[in-house]
Design a protein around this ligand. Structure first.
Ligand SMILES: N[C@@H](CCC(=O)N[C@@H](CS)C(=O)NCC(=O)O)C(=O)O
Length: 204
């Protein structure tokens, strides 16, 4: 199998952190794809990822998996320990619920904010829409407050142990910095959680 990935990009980082937490990152054959050079838009790469996005996982039997969460689901089955996606149906559903909330209530808004306001994205996201960036920024701020409230009553995003939902939220912390969004500076529970996450070798 081959993992197509990109350095310092949020969705590839989600898979990298997931594999690092499992101690498996170095066991995977990887292909670095440069988004800034447009390597993800070549016809050859579109055979792997029709939406021209990273990450993507190509299996030896010709199957391609191209959503970061789906790639993590596959790796959870290959490297079951430590468990990051739930040990039974109920726990898996609760973790998925929180992880999807991170994606939909937070990560997607930071992405819209970044893509429609940052000069580095002008070519990839033409035409940029400043009004949409503004709306996304407000929604991202609401998302950060929501997770601050959650982390005030729960040690981890999905409950009492570290899971993929923490990985996804931690990725948002780095992603937000691209638009100078540092919500942990004013949100104490998010800040304390982020400090704990930053001390995990798997999240470096
Ligand atoms: N839902 C997809 C999103 C993937 C995605 O947006 N990847 C970004 C990098 S973080 C990308 O490939 N962008 C290329 C582009 O915008 O042209 C996933 O979770 O894998």
């Amino acid at each position: 199998m081959k993992l197509y990935t990109a350095a310092m990009a949020p969705n590839p980082d989600r898979v990298r952190f997931f594999l690092q937490e499992k101690g498996a990152w170095d066991q995977i054959e990887r292909v670095e794809v440069s988004i800034m050079k447009g390597e993800h838009k070549t016809p050859a790469y579109r055979e792997v990822s029709p939406l021209a996005q990273v990450p993507a996982l190509s299996l030896d039997n010709g199957v391609h998996i191209t959503e970061s969460r789906a790639v993590c689901t596959y790796f959870e089955s290959v490297f079951p320990e430590p468990n990051l996606m739930g040990r039974d149906g109920q726990e898996a559903a609760v973790i998925e619920m929180w992880d999807r909330r991170v994606e939909l209530s937070y990560m997607g808004h930071i992405a819209g904010w970044f893509r429609h306001s940052h000069p580095a994205m002008a070519e990839l996201e033409a035409p940029q829409c400043k009004e949409w960036a503004e709306i996304c920024s407000r929604r991202a701020i609401m998302g950060a407050s929501f997770f601050n409230e959650r982390l005030a009553v729960s040690p981890f995003v999905a409950g009492d142990r570290f899971t993929i939902a923490d990985i996804s939220l931690y990725v948002c912390m780095g992603f937000g910095r691209l638009v100078k969004f540092k919500p942990w500076e004013t949100l104490p529970a998010l800040s304390a959680w982020r400090d704990r996450m930053a001390s995990r070798p798997g999240l470096a």
